[in-house]
Design a protein around this ligand. Sequence first.
Ligand code: ADP
Ligand code: MG
Length: 717
Amino acid sequence: MSELGPITMRDLSLIPVERLRGVGPKKQASLAMVGITNLLDLVTTYPRRWIDRTNEARIADLIPGQEALVLVTIRSVTKRTTRNRRSMINVNVGDGSGRMDLVFFNQPWRERQFKEGLHVALFGKADTYRGGLQMSNPVVDLIGDRTGKIVPIYPQSEKAQINTWEMAGWVEETLRRCAERTIADPVPEAIRRRHRLIDRSEALAGIHLPDDMKTKELARYRLAFDELLRVQLVLVLRKRALERDSLGIVHTIGGPLVKRFYESLPFPLTGAQTRTIEEINADLGSTQPMHRLLQGDVGSGKTVVAVAALLAAVDGGHQGALMAPTEVLAEQHATSVRAMLDGVTVPDPGNLFGDRPLRVELLTNRVTGADRKQVLAGLADGSVDIAIGTHALIQDTVDFSSLGVVVVDEQHRFGVEQRAALRSKTANGAVPDTLVMTATPIPRTAAMTVYGDLDVSVLDELPPGRTPIVTMWADGGLMEAGVWNDIKDEVAAGRQAYVVCPLVGESEKLEVASAEETLERLAFGELQGLRLGMLHGKLPSDEKAVTMDRFRRGELDVLVATTVIEVGVDVPNATVMAILDADRFGIAQLHQLRGRVGRGEHASTCWLVTQQKEDDEGNAVVGNPRVEALVATTDGFELAEVDLDLRGEGTLMSTAQKGRSDLKLASLRRDRKLVELARGAAFEIVDGDPDLAKHSSLADELDLVFSDQDEEFLAKS
Ligand code: ADP
Ligand code: MG
């Protein structure tokens, strides 16, 4: 056997779980239900918790008010319904030293989970209750009859009928059967040594069967590094390949149009704008196409930077395109870009006067008929200099004469595929330069992963003269009344307001209903007498445009809207925003929404309205970390860090990717340092061996772990 050499991930992936003792057709089906069909799936299903029995207390030693871990046996279970009709499960448990009661509120399924005689680990705080000890809602792990100092707790599935001790048994058997040949380690030894990474065999044993918590931590560190290294390798390979293979356009820097544009601006550029434009110009002037991410908080002045890049294309006789995620936003961009470029002319040899006006055209699905034909013809013959639109811009029927620069205003709405499609509209074989703008700041390490093949510029300075937005939390009906008064006061002073309706699940239909309900309630109640308008995603786009125009012109006092106003809407006279059920939104979204106010000279307020909540026992819940974060700061980068912290494990990758390439152990939150190490290692490996010819086992692992789809996803940013 041993002449076969160490066992690779690929080897493991080729052995079906049925080869294990105790896995027959029934268990095979159960395992398949949780996505485990082979031994690779099995050994990369890591424990979600480890119980350290050396830290375990006995019931007799529990101190009221202190958290502790106890291992107990279930004695009896009873179910009751409380006076306010909550379910309540009482469980009596014991160990050799004594007994105590557990109580679970609103968890009726616990009745089925707890069978008499079952061994469970409990983590929680015991309190004295009626002379005895009681734990309410402790963390519960079923541990079966596992022994050992550290008991791994695997993800269990009641539906699939798999429990943690079975998982532990199978993993143990797998690792035992790998022991002789050992498990291959594809990470170069120099890198392992430098970063003090333990060997992979050791790491797999250490994560599943640790002798102590320190071993488990070292194992986790090593395996998390592997996950991150693989992601970074894909990204870095892609980045280097793009740089090598694609021919870009060498743009004219500092041409006449750009100069005229700067001169026409009514304000000087901020320091951050100047620096960012320099970074972009360096890319534009090089032979390699730009792939750059421009991060800048709401109001940081990204549009000016974008227009400067677009004009560089036009200066060299090419075209620029600006793509926005919604029609409303595309129209708004068109309006503001046209205003910025009003009176700017382009040299035109065919024209008697030597000049023609710069031509900016809008292309969305609302541009139809003869208008559309004209725009399309202009894009194809090069007479349209700058195209602004939605995804309509990337349809196959749209031909550009020579697309030189593409700006994608992403705002977290675009799919990566769409960006790639726009980039594929080449000019005579040359790839257009791409600038992706996002108003949702992303922490550095997350940007390295999510946008790993892009270079990053940051607009970290707001233009002067802004009055900062004051954010306040209105918790409960009493405070909410104050919010409506504030809105009425502002309207009386000539200002305008937004009311953002509660987010209702994933359903647009429910969201529309909630917007309609809110409008009605306010129109006949709290905001009676004010001029209200409504905006939501289901309205026909011309109706949306009419409403937006009326609001912009001040013919509406209050705009009741769903999150469609999250992006781009720019009405400087709007100075109050009330976000209803604010606790249902994510931090990034709240920050985006809030950015719709504070855009003018007047001081602005954002009210985060929540309904007072009670916990299972009927006590008022105090504190809402996301809402509090918004109240504490308006700095988007700070919020992005808080967001990453609060969201915990899984974070960005898991929403975007599924399957083997998921980050299972690595966390972008906890492992920021490790992300950077992995990225550095990836550059080191790829730059010394561009097609991984000398690292064939690593290359094979990438092949195994990433589906084509994953690679596309990672690569297409
Ligand atoms: P973003 O797209 O980053 O949210 P915008 O580009 O829409 O920001 O700019 C927000 C506002 O700031 C606009 O009204 C714009 O005219 C103005 N602005 C941009 N740059 C400057 C600057 N350097 N000085 C003053 N105002 C600026
Ligand atoms: Mg903008």
